[in-house]
Design a protein around this ligand. Structure first.
Ligand SMILES: Cc1cc2nc3c(=O)[nH]c(=O)nc-3n(C[C@H](O)[C@H](O)[C@H](O)COP(=O)(O)OP(=O)(O)OC[C@H]3O[C@@H](n4cnc5c(N)ncnc54)[C@H](O)[C@@H]3O)c2cc1C
Length: 460
């Protein structure tokens, strides 16, 4: 037990969910988060079974004075869902999803993961725009904006968000939507971890699938320069139906990757076309015909299959590090740097995505949400992974150097891709005007900065 844990006076019977302290077997299971490079020991974990537990946990946090970490999917890159000697409020047990197929809405509790939400919505031929790895939490992803495969057609997760239920820093239960506490709702749509604990989201759903046209096309990494030059011109004409992500990595030993490529450095353009499949095939053909790809598995397939494609590349428990930036366009210089740095990748687990932005998400008004990256051209999420600590420091250095090499072209940065990078970078994520507005909102809803283990916006 930590010294702090020893002193805690918490009545376990006040909660419907489990209360876990150091020493009980489940404590070690639930203190762990996705990024294995964080090994933190909270003083106590409250596994919330419902809203009443969240209210009781917040009130206990206030009385005890313990720092409070909030966990839903546990996928924060910089480990912001757990802290040493803190109260960890764990929403993971709250798994309810209720799709209303007539109204085309979904009510989603905070512990739901992306794959769980997709499964429920796809049963009705519907989807909520979300991210690209099924074990990510809906909560943290949405509260930062939520970018993914269908955003160019249907917007960000927050663009389909109707309302949230949340528990504030005072332990009050509050609703926020465009019509109710509208200022708070604006803040929740991009900076939401700062203002309360969301217990439930309500989303609009969009019709989708079940079949889409999707998957990667591969070239040897030495061709990255020519492939990216072709790609940037081709993709500039893409309709909203198409979203692409470019990945550089050593080809993983997965069933859909031809065996002769395993371990070889490759560049892949991964497509996701969510319109008429024949039209998609026509649009994507020039890319498939360019410079003899070494493999092409961009094929009609179920949306659910494509959503799970990246899962094996981001296994929980490995050591991960990321540094991200948006760039306006893929200039020759940026392309040359990308190829040169990618050829230096050592770890077979390192894989970094370049996201094509634009489309529907860029046509939502800039001031409509606190999310601020609507005019990004491409988002670099330069990341690395190793199985354990071994080799991690070297690979992290590679990330930092690559990111610095692109510094001349940095514009915005997506808050959910930030590491532990300090206040200036958080300000960059929101821009000066939105950042000041968010500070004033924080002053109104959380003047003591009770919720501070997050990409923190201090009260004004
Ligand atoms: C493998 C992987 C893939 C990813 N893919 C994408 C992607 O495709 N698109 C994308 O946009 N992002 C993506 N991300 C980034 C992701 O959006 C963030 O890491 C997000 O914060 C994860 O949410 P979570 O609930 O899993 O995380 P957690 O670690 O549980 O929480 C993250 C942050 O949100 C706060 N928070 C959590 N729950 C609540 C709540 N209920 N109420 C208020 N605050 C809360 C926490 O305090 C913490 O600061 C990915 C991350 C990983 C690790």
């Amino acid at each position: 037990m930590t010294a702090v844990a020893d002193e805690i006076q918490l009545d376990d019977a006040a909660f419907r969910g489990a209360v876990l302290r150091p020493g009980v077997p489940d404590y070690d299971v639930h203190r762990k988060i996705w990024n294995g490079s964080f090994d933190k020991h909270p003083a106590v974990i409250v596994r919330c079974a419902g809203v009443a537990d969240v209210i009781a946990a917040v009130k206990f946090g206030r009385e005890s004075g313990l720092p409070v970490a909030v966990r839903s999917g546990g996928h924060s890159f910089p480990g912001l869902s757990v802290a040493d000697d803190a109260l960890m409020i764990d929403l993971a047990p709250m798994k309810g999803v209720r799709v209303d197929p007539d109204k085309r809405t979904a009510r989603v509790q905070a512990g739901v993961l992306l794959g769980e939400l997709d499964r429920e919505t796809q049963a009705f031929g519907l989807a909520v725009p979300s991210g690209i790895v099924t074990h990510t939490g809906v909560a943290g992803l949405t509260l930062g904006g939520g970018i993914g495969w269908i955003m160019r057609k249907h917007g960000l997760s927050v663009d389909q968000l109707v309302s949230v239920d949340l528990v504030t820093a005072d332990g009050e239960f509050v609703k926020a939507s465009a019509d109710e506490n509208a200022d708070l709702f604006w803040g929740m749509c991009g900076a939401g971890a700062n203002f309360g604990i969301v217990t439930e989201f309500e989303f609009r759903c969009v019709p989708l699938g079940p079949q889409i046209l999707a998957g990667p096309i591969f070239w040897p990494m030495e061709k990255s320069g020519e492939v990216l030059r072709f790609y940037r011109d081709w993709v500039a004409e893409a309709p909203d139906e198409l979203m692409t992500i470019v990945v550089h990595r050593k080809a993983p030993p997965l069933p859909f990757v031809p065996e002769e490529l395993h371990g070889k450095p490759v560049v892949m353009v991964i497509c996701c076309w969510v319109g008429d499949i024949e039209e998609g095939q026509k649009f994507i053909k020039p890319l498939k015909d360019f410079s003899s790809p070494v493999a092409d598995v961009c094929l009609p397939k179920p949306y659910l299959t494509h959503q799970a494609m990246f899962d094996p590349s981001f296994v929980p428990g490995r050591w991960y590090y990321f540094k991200s930036c948006d760039v306006p366009e893929l200039t020759d210089d940026i392309i040359d740097i990308t190829m040169e740095r990618s050829l230096q990748i050592k770890s077979p687990l390192t894989s970094f995505p370049i996201w094509q932005m634009g489309g529907a998400l860029s046509r939502v008004g800039d001031g409509d949400t606190s999310f601020n990256g609507r005019h990004a051209g491409f988002t670099y999420n330069i990341g690395c992974a190793t199985e354990t600590e071994e080799g991690f420091a070297d690979e992290r250095e590679w990330v930092r150097n690559f990111w610095s090499a692109l510094e001349a072209w940095h514009t915005t940065v997506y808050v959910n891709f930030l590491g532990d990078e300090g206040e200036e970078r958080i300000r960059t994520a929101y821009g000066a005007e939105k950042y000041d507005r968010l500070k004033a909102l924080k002053q109104k809803y959380d003047p003591d900065n009770f919720f501070r283990i997050n990409q923190n916006i201090p009260p004004s």
